[in-house]
Design a protein. Structure first.
Length: 261
């Protein structure tokens, strides 16, 4: 538990007023925007997110209450594109993380590579590849292309972590060797044309949505099968059809001409 003193009521009130002001600025920016990706709207949105988060924290620390809304911050989305309209070059930045989950498999692959192509100039490195994870990684990634390792990572005893790919637009291609000392420091988020992210956190979000849908689709829920209506009774009993001939035929009348003798 933190020993910091909780915010005062005045500080909570000030945070609430900051949210109100940020809302006004955001609405004004939206009303006066000059295009779909107006930077003023983006800046006002981020300011609103910061103010809302600060108010939520102070409200909770002071009164143990939370706000009913959550605004994603700037780190969850890219800023509006502000790069060249007619790029003369592009830059592709890739990051892939792996966990070494089966060191034995990795070492075996490294030994196989070393046996097929021994390093005559550095035999100690080849021998170490079968016993050192550090040396094995250097040998394996030096032998195989990164894309091939990505598609066969399980064979090397690796487990995929998060990965991302950024395609950034440039006015012109950089000079040879210009950025090699700091290859990822010049990435400008405003020049990113498209970005691909892969993470298990996205799968967890989908699982939570599926669970929610399943709860809603339960008996009597939205999307569930309606309860079976009572089926109508079987066909009504057939009515007794009238007999074609009466069961009791009328007695023949005595011949009036005949008299009792």
């Amino acid at each position: 538990m933190s020993d910091a003193a909780p915010p005062t009521a005045v500080e909570v009130r000030a945070a609430a007023e900051a949210v109100k002001a940020a809302l006004d600025r955001h609405l004004a920016a939206v009303e006066n925007r000059t295009g779909e990706d107006d930077p003023a709207v983006y800046d006002a949105f981020n300011a609103l997110a910061v103010a809302a988060e600060a108010y939520d924290e102070r409200l909770y620390d002071r009164y143990d209450e939370v706000t009913p809304f959550e605004i994603p911050g700037a780190d969850e989305s890219l800023p509006p594109y502000n790069g060249p309209e007619e790029p003369g070059a592009l830059s592709v930045l890739i990051r892939r993380d792996y966990a070494v989950v089966e060191p034995g498999r990795l070492l075996a692959q490294a030994r196989r590579v070393a046996d097929l192509d021994p390093d005559d100039e550095n035999p100690e490195r080849s021998r170490a590849a079968g016993t050192s994870v550090h040396a094995a990684l250097g040998l394996v990634f030096g032998e195989y292309e990164a894309d091939e390792i990505a598609s066969r990572h399980k064979e090397f005893g690796l487990e995929e972590g998060d990965s991302t790919l950024w395609v950034s637009a440039l006015d012109e291609l950089a000079e040879p060797g210009e950025w090699l000392n700091a290859p990822f420091d010049q990435a400008d988020p405003e020049h990113i044309v498209i970005r691909f992210d892969v993470s298990s956190v996205f799968d967890e979000d989908e699982d939570e949505l599926d669970e929610t849908d399943a709860e809603l689709d339960g008996p009597g829920g939205a999307g569930g099968e309606p309860d079976d209506l009572d089926e109508p009774d079987e066909e009504p009993d057939e009515l007794d059809e009238p007999d074609d001939e009466s069961d009791d035929e009328p007695d023949e009348s005595d011949d009036p001409d005949e008299t009792e003798r």
